[in-house]
Design a protein around this ligand. Structure first.
Ligand code: DLL
Length: 428
C-alpha cells in the first residue's frame, strides 16, 4: 500500500518540495543555532545562497563529534518549552548524542514510520509486535507511534523476555514483529526449544533494522521464521527508525523518504560526492526537523543510491542495504576486513549456527585474530574435518589465515536479547 502520493511523484515534484524545505531548514538552523551560524559565517555562506538541493554542497558536514562537542543541547533550534520528547543514542565511547523533537517533528516521524510499515505490506487492522527497546533508544517509541499512525495494533512488548515474546506471537497472532535481525533468529531458536515452530504461526513479516543484515542472514531469517524480511533503516541524529525501508513488492533497496531526508553519497576519505551507483558513505540532511535541523550528517554507513523507479511504483530513491560502516573496518596486520565477510562464511555452512565472534588481540607488536563459531545442535559429524573446511573457506575469503578458529559448542556464544549485537571484541 502506498501511504502518501509523494512516494510516486515525479522527480521535479519531489525536488520542488526538497528545495523549499531545504531553504526553511537552513534558515531555521542559521537563525536559531549558534554553532551553525558560526560555521556558515566562516564559510561566507548565507541562507539566501542555498536555493535548491544543488546548492547543498555549500553547506558544511555535520559529524558525530559535533554532536558530542555540542552535548547536550548545543544543536537544538527551539526553546525547551517547545520540546516534547528527548531520545539519545549511545555509542561505544564518549557521551551519548542527545536528540529532540517538537510536536510537528513527532508527527512527521510517525508519518514516515507509517509509510514504512505500509511499504512493508502492513495495513490498518494488522497487528505488530514491537520488540525494539523502549526508552532512550529510538527503536521502541519510533515504531510504536508509526504503527498507531497507520491504524494498526501495536503490542509494546519491548526488547527481551524471549519466551514471552514467542508466547505472545502465538497467542495474539501478530502479522509482523519488529526487532533486530540477530534477535529474530534467536527468537526462532527459542521457539524451537519451546516446541513451537514460528513458521506455523500467522506471522508474515519481520521488520528488521538497527544493525546490519547480510543477504545470507536475511535468507536464514526468511526460511526459519517463514516470513518476508523487510529491512528498515534510520538513525537517532536524523530522526530514528523510518528514514528508509524496503518495499514488500521488490525487496530491492530501501526507499528513502527524500521529501524529509535528503541523501548524498560521498567518498568516506575525501568527502567528495561519488558517481551515481557507486558505493560511499551516506550523508543525510533533515528537510523538516524543527527541534534539531541537521546538515549533511556523515552517517558512517556505506551504501549506493539508485534513482530508477521501483517495481512497486515508488519513485523515491533507493539505497542499498547497509552491510558495513566506514568505522566497522578492522585492520589486522595491515589487512582490511569487514565483519560481514566472516558472517557470509558462517552462514554458508549448515553445520554451524548463525552466531560468531571475532576477538582481536596483540602479541608483542603483532595483531592476532581469533574467530569463534558455534556448531549446530544437530551436527554429529567429524569436528576436525569441519574445522579444516571452515578455515580453508575463511582463508579464501579473507586472504589471510586467522590465528585461531574455535568451534564452540552449541549455545555458548552469548545471544543478544536487548540492543544491538556485538560481534567484534577488540582487546588491542
Ligand atoms: O538504530 C534506529 C533504528 C531503530 C533503526 C530500529 C531501525 C530500527 P541508532 O541507535 O542511532 O538508531 O543507530 C543508528 O544503526 O547509523 C547504522 O549504522 C545502524 N543501522 C540502523 N538501521 C540499520 C539497518 C537506530 N537497517 C545506526 N541496517 C546507523 C544496517 C543499520 N545498519
Amino acid at each position: 500500500m502506498i501511504y502518501t502520493d509523494l512516494e510516486t511523484a515525479s522527480r521535479e515534484e519531489i525536488q520542488a518540495v526538497q528545495n523549499e524545505r531545504l531553504q526553511e531548514t537552513v534558515r531555521n538552523a542559521y537563525e536559531n543555532v549558534e554553532y551553525y551560524r558560526e560555521q556558515l559565517d566562516e564559510l561566507g555562506v548565507t541562507p539566501d545562497d542555498v536555493e535548491t538541493v544543488d546548492d547543498i554542497t555549500k553547506l558544511p558536514f555535520t559529524t558525530k563529534e559535533d554532536f558530542r562537542d555540542q552535548y547536550p543541547d548545543g544543536l537544538f533550534a527551539v526553546d525547551d518549552d517547545e520540546i516534547l520528547r528527548i531520545h539519545a543514542s549511545s555509542g561505544t565511547t564518549g557521551k551519548p548524542k542527545i536528540v529532540s523533537y517538537t510536536e510537528d517533528d513527532l508527527e512527521v516521524w510517525s508519518e514516515v514510520v507509517a509509510r514504512c510499515l505500509a511499504a512493508a505490506g502492513l495495513e490498518p487492522g494488522d497487528t505488530v509486535q514491537n520488540a525494539y527497546g523502549y526508552g532512550l533508544f529510538t527503536g521502541g517509541l519510533g515504531l510504536h507511534y508509526g504503527v498507531e499512525e497507520l491504524g494498526a495494533t501495536v503490542i509494546p512488548i519491548g526488547a527481551g523476555g524471549t519466551q514471552r515474546q514467542v508466547e505472545m506471537l502465538a497467542d495474539l497472532e501478530s502479522d509482523a514483529i519488529a526487532c533486530t535481525p540477530s534477535y529474530s533468529l534467536y527468537l526462532a531458536e527459542t521457539a524451537e526449544e519451546m516446541g513451537i515452530d514460528i513458521k506455523d504461526l500467522p506471522l508474515s513479516a519481520v521488520i528488521f533494522g538497527a544493525e546490519p543484515c547480510t543477504d545470507p542472514m536475511r535468507e536464514e531469517i526468511e526460511e526459519r521464521l517463514g516470513v518476508t524480511g523487510i529491512d528498515i533503516y534510520g538513525l537517532s541524529e536524523i530522526v530514528g527508525p523510518g528514514v528508509s525501508i524496503e518495499c514488500a513488492e521488490a525487496q530491492d533497496g530501501l526507499h528513502i523518504w527524500e521529501d524529509r531526508f535528503y541523501p548524498e553519497v560521498v567518498d568516506p576519505e575525501t568527502g567528495e560526492p561519488v558517481e551515481e551507483g557507486e558505493e560511499g558513505e551516506l550523508v543525510l540532511t533533515t528537510l523538516s526537523k524543527e527541534a534539531l535541523p541537521v546538515f549533511r550528517y556523515r552517517t558512517g554507513d556505506l551504501t549506493t543510491l539508485n534513482y530508477e523507479t521501483c517495481d512497486c511504483g515508488r519513485t523515491m530513491v533507493r539505497m542499498d542495504n547497509i552491510t558495513g560502516r566506514a568505522d566497522d573496518l578492522i585492520i589486522v596486520r595491515g589487512v582490511n576486513l569487514y565483519p560481514s565477510e566472516v558472517e557470509d562464511v558462517v552462514l554458508e555452512f549448515e553445520e554451524i549456527a548463525p552466531y560468531y565472534r571475532i576477538d582481536l588481540d596483540r602479541e608483542g607488536s603483532l595483531d592476532t585474530i581469533e574467530v569463534t563459531v558455534e556448531i549446530d545442535d544437530a551436527f554429529d559429524g567429524d569436528r576436525d574435518e569441519l574445522h579444516d573446511r571452515i578455515l580453508t573457506r575463511l582463508e579464501n575469503v579473507l586472504s589471510f589465515t586467522p590465528d585461531q578458529l574455535t568451534l564452540a559448542d552449541y549455545g555458548t556464544i552469548e545471544r543478544t536479547e536487548v540492543g544491538k549485537v556485538q560481534r567484534v571484541f577488540d582487546h588491542r
